[in-house]
Design a binder for this molecule. Sequence first.
Ligand SMILES: *Cc1c(COP(=O)(O)O)cnc(C)c1O
Ligand code: SF4
Length: 432
Amino acid sequence: MTEESQGRRFRAYTDRHLDELLKKAPLSEEQRLRTRAVSSVLPFRTNAYVVDELIDWDNALDDPMFRLVFPQEDMLPKEDVDRLADLLRKEAPKKEILPVANEIRYRLNPHPAGQIQLNIPKNKAAEEDAVDGIQHKYNETVLFFPQQGQTCHAYCTYCFRWAQFVGIADLKIANNDVAEMTGYVARHPEVSSVLMTGGDPMIMGEPVLSRYIDPLLEIDHVESIRIGSKALAYWPQRFVTDPDADATLKLFEKVVKSGRNLAFMAHFSHQREMESEIVQEAVQRILDTGATIRTQAPLIRTINDDAEEWAGMWKTQHKMGMIPYYMFVERDTGPQDYFSVPLWRAWEIYRDALSQVSGLCRTVRGPSMSATPGKVTVDGVTEINGEKVFALRLLQARNPDLVGRPFFAKYSEDAVWVDHLKPAFADKFPWE
Ligand SMILES: *Cc1c(COP(=O)(O)O)cnc(C)c1O
Ligand code: SF4
């Protein structure tokens, strides 16, 4: 490990630093301006570790780590970028830029898959019991959105929560009333798993994290606590050298000692994110607490749309003691046109990657779409009675009765999301 990454204190970079940072890349002044134009619409945030240790600046334009956190000028339609670039060129005030930015934002489907309304359970009793900061879409699992965890150590350009980071999603979903949130779990004996999400919950310091977790350890039917986080990729110091690193690991250990599973759901988009020694040390320290680490990421064009990349990730994760869990399909929001991979191709990449790894790495499921009815996975492209079709399956569903039943959709070359599919051999999909 470099001494630098060892003792580093967290330092965030935002919009204000963007132009200076872009000067490290081989970009012309005009390109920098156009990149800033895009970042007036989509969120930008990174930190010194990502900038100094993950990005290959000499090849920035083709570098997956650069593309992962820095906006690209072609992420938005040319006319929009022209308009914003003109405003920036003449140094227009914020109040002139904002309405233009917002108009573009609202064209980017800021609230996909009924994130806000639909995840509240359908049955009447449960609806009346709805609590801010909680999504209870699947019977056994509840999502927690702690108010203090609604940001990240860096933002991914493809993030489906982008609207929240630019402040246009009216996110009633975050909450800091711990008693209200844990009270909901206590009243719902069907909930065996609580998943802390964000943003990134690991942005919270240990004392705050404990305030959310400790009360859950008093609830018998809670069997597992999950933490969905990209901190291992964006800020591994969180588990090694940060002032509360040890206390955080103690907290994980306490969960395990209480007889529960502490599942750390690590978001890794690319092998590069696992290379530095401090990541390996962080993973080891988390595993030493008795926690498990499962990995997940979306499949993203120009960042990881390659079977060798995924096979490499799964093998490395496996060697490091992590368990590959999900390959997601990029959601239908933000610059989806830019990042999306057709479903047939997503399945090919998944299958091709899977065939290269041992059975122990084949714990990963996908390519999976977190859509309104549930998690729809593409099991394959096949031919039945001379008709080319997608074979699909729900890995998770609002209606548990639908889980695991195969169904079919007409083949489509361009479909990138479940909404683009038409049922085959039936007049509707199982959830319709
Ligand atoms: C994926 C997901 C979960 C967790 O599902 P598991 O199959 O238990 O991993 C819970 N809630 C929502 C809304 C999800 O998208
Ligand atoms: S770490 Fe997760 S929540 Fe944060 S920007 Fe990336 S995808 Fe979004």
